[in-house]
Design a protein. Structure first.
Length: 242
């Protein structure tokens, strides 16, 4: 299979930057290993510079390992963020001081691979943190519909006024999903299921379950980052930390 046919491979600069920033902001522990060497150390991504296309990572406490790192041709990285395994390789590690600590500067990876075990991990959107999707329906009208839940594979829309006239199998073109400060996603939505389950003690509200169609790699990453962030926030609230 060619790299271009690999659904897990990210090659766009925007997609690579989004995933690297997720590793940095979440302070994810990353395994770093020189090529042809079984020894790996745990590091973290300290800085991501998309303009110069380089990253900064923590150096090891082992001076001999650091020396090998500067002489190796390829350096491999492996991490897990928001239930996604992230793998990439780069080269030409150069030693530098970053924020008064020993670190290495490396060029951007040419590609990054993400492997998600729970592709359809679905999370409910809390009423206190509404998520709205701008949906274009037949006739050229645009509806602003609340999102009931979301996963990496799609989302469910609430249609309390039953304003949608599209049916199962129809594709809603260029829907706009504003994921707060994570970013804005533009995607097609294919309607997979329509139901009218009651919500609490209220009357039944139409739920339109949709599948993402032709979602870009960067859009997929933004959706997954949003889900991961919301999951962490809700867990913190349940534990009384927020």
């Amino acid at each position: 299979m060619n790299d271009s046919d690999d659904p897990f491979l990210i090659t766009s600069s925007l997609g690579i930057t989004s995933m690297l920033r997720a590793l940095m902001t979440q302070k994810t522990l990353v395994h770093m290993r020189p090529d042809r060497n079984d020894q790996a150390i745990i590091t973290t991504v300290l800085d991501v510079d998309p303009e110069r296309e380089h990253i900064i990572v923590d150096a090891a406490e082992d001076a001999a390992f650091n020396e090998r790192l500067t002489r190796t041709g390829t350096i491999h990285f492996d991490a897990q963020v928001d239930k996604i395994r992230v793998q990439f390789s780069t080269s030409q590690a150069s030693y530098q001081i970053f924020d008064d600590r020993d670190a290495f500067r490396l060029p951007y990876p040419v590609a990054l691979r993400r492997l998600q075990r729970r592709t359809h991990f679905r999370i409910d959107i809390p009423v206190s943190m509404p998520l709205i999707c701008d949906v274009r329906i037949k006739g050229g009208h645009t509806l602003m519909l609340p999102v009931k839940d979301i996963s990496a594979g799609g989302l469910a829309l609430l249609d309390p006024g039953q304003d949608m006239i599209d049916g199962i199998g129809d594709v809603l073109k260029r829907c706009l999903l504003d994921l707060d400060d994570v970013g804005t996603v533009v995607t097609n939505l294919k309607i997979k299921r329509i139901s009218n389950p009651p919500i609490g003690d209220s009357t039944a509200v139409r739920v339109v379950a949709c599948q993402f169609e032709n979602l870009s790699a960067s859009g997929n990453i933004m959706v997954q980052n949003y889900i991961g962030r919301l999951d962490r926030l809700l867990n913190a609230r349940r534990r009384g930390f927020d």
